[in-house]
Design a protein around this ligand. Structure first.
Ligand code: CO
Length: 136
């Protein structure tokens, strides 16, 4: 069902403070930067081969990532698997009995279609599936 790991999401307090580690020390190229209002984050994608690290900084304390930071502090936030057809994948995961946060795909970074699974059913790992936009 999953083609590969699309990205690993990492929660940070703010993007500018996080970039020196990933861009400069780790030498990753910044592929994309975007404010994803729907998810309440500013996000940066950095290249690791064909995969990415996704840095997520909250737009405010009352957002999912803002609440995550308040509770757990900065660090690993989610794993995202790439799929070719998110509607089919989401249905298959639902049929497998997994609890979905998103019953329907929504718009993610770079016009991708994304959906999150509830960590309850995934061993406490927040899990995202991503169907990239055709151009990416
Ligand atoms: Co993500």
């Amino acid at each position: 069902m999953f083609n590969r790991i699309d990205h690993v999401g990492i929660a940070v307090e703010d993007i500018e403070s996080a970039l020196p580690l990933y861009r400069d020390a780790f030498g990753m190229d910044v592929a994309h930067r975007e404010i994803v209002s729907e998810q309440g984050v500013e996000a940066v994608l950095l290249d690791v081969g064909e995969n990415h690290v996704e840095l997520l900084a909250p737009l405010g304390p009352d957002t999912p990532v803002g609440r995550f930071l308040a509770k757990k502090g900065p660090g690993l936030h989610h794993v995202a698997y790439q799929v070719s057809d998110i509607d089919t994948a989401l249905q298959a995961l639902k049929d497998a009995g997994l609890e979905l946060i998103d019953e329907q795909p929504r718009v993610g970074i770079r016009d991708s279609r994304v959906a999150f699974l509830h960590p309850k059913g995934t061993g406490s790992v927040l899990t995202e599936i991503v169907e990239p936009a055709v151009a990416h």
